[in-house]
Design a binder for this molecule. Sequence first.
Ligand SMILES: Cc1cc2nc3c(=O)[nH]c(=O)nc-3n(C[C@H](O)[C@H](O)[C@H](O)COP(=O)(O)O)c2cc1C
Length: 494
Amino acid sequence: MHPSPAEAPREPSSTAAGIPEEARGTPQLAAEADSGAAPGPTPAFDFWRAIYERRSIRRFKPDPVPRELVTQVLHAGIWAPSSCNYQMWDFVVVDDPAVNARLAALSSQMGNAPVNVIVSYGRDFSEDAWANIQSASAAVENMSLAAHVLGLGTFWITQTGDREKVREVVGLPEDRLVVAVLAVGYPANPPRSGPKRRPLAHVAHWNHYAGKPIPGSPDPEDWDADLLAVYQRARVLNGLRHNKPRVWEVAAIETALDALVPGGREQAADPERAPRWLDVLPCTGIVTERLAKLRPGYRFDVVERTSEVAEFVAQRVRPRATTYGWPGASAQLASPPEAAYDVVSCVYRLENLRAAERAALVADMARWLKPGGTLFLAFVNANSYHDVAEWARASRGGLGGVEYVLAPDPSIGPFRSLRARDVQGFARAAKLSAAGSLGLHAAPPAEEIDFRARNSSQRARGLARFGAGVLRVAESIPGVRSARGRFQFRAYTR
Ligand SMILES: Cc1cc2nc3c(=O)[nH]c(=O)nc-3n(C[C@H](O)[C@H](O)[C@H](O)COP(=O)(O)O)c2cc1C
């Protein structure tokens, strides 16, 4: 809440010098007032270039940054707007390697740059938290742009670990909230282009919002197909850092591939004449890229919901994949050709779909296969520890809603594990015959336990390790992996 007009600070009024009166302060304070002039040389720099060229820099040269330059950056920070002009920010600049090492121990993100600016804001004294965080953020953005103009790189950090510990390390009193840390340094290799932006036409609305709400529910039944497309396009275009499958997930796919699609390990002599592989709804394309590297004897195509995501994936494989659309052809994307593929793969994507769409997709995949071709399906088994692990995560109050459950980070949308007999039913209805199957991970591997329980108490971690140990013993019983394995793989032929 803003204070009443009587107690509210006066709106700054412009002066002949262009410096607001408030910034000059009372006559007694005038000597300390900030003139608004930057404390160093200000290189001419096109405003729009600064806006469009600034990038988050996460690798820096070890060279120290002169304090005068950092001061100039901070100065841009204090000229940001702040709620009621309270300016309750304080910046603690850490350029002492010993202090930076203590910060890096709290979060590795703060171990990247020679300078970390801890941006704090008055917790209670000033406006409500909502306005305080926005004011601090405005300062961070001003500083990021100023640093870019001065030839420096920055990287905005909210993953600071325990913010209260950060506050203590730099001696900020309790009334200050650490809002963010801005890493500053000379860029090691500045990226030529940034992560793509959602097109303006998708995010800008005149007078009334024209979109639909995106459900927070992880249940595919709550998601219209077009919303899933919007969500996944946004996730993919906004950058991929959260979406990486974990090592044990990738390893399971590799094992299954060796068992079920063993051919095509040699580079194709002529990619134009190579056998063809269609990867279905790859979304991030990380798995497609892996499949293409493991099976270079095939030429890869992709089928996705939107041309943007399809294009994004297509560029991850060599030669560049041809892109198709599902469900149905669109103005931008044709349907994949029928009976054209030696292999069609769909890796953990049926789980994204509504029940009715799953059967339809399997039927379509069967049509895209050549006679004698192989459908390689991977799915997460509802009859495994998976649902229990998800339940434990949800009840712990961790990240809720839409998540990439295979590697718990918000990512590809809704997800529901599947029963093997349902998958078998889809295949039968599509007139496919079973050609092989494999179940893996009836017990979570130790690295998964450590990963999933990383933020839990020691007791909970111990319990999880014990439970996994028991499952691991059970796993050696014949048939347990194939029935109870979390990761299920199937090969079908047409
Ligand atoms: C509020 C906020 C918090 C952020 N926190 C982090 C962070 O903790 N770690 C990180 O690697 N990047 C972080 N970023 C950087 C974003 O990932 C980055 O701005 C985005 O991917 C767009 O890339 P660009 O800055 O190069 O345009 C943050 C950005 C903002 C605005």
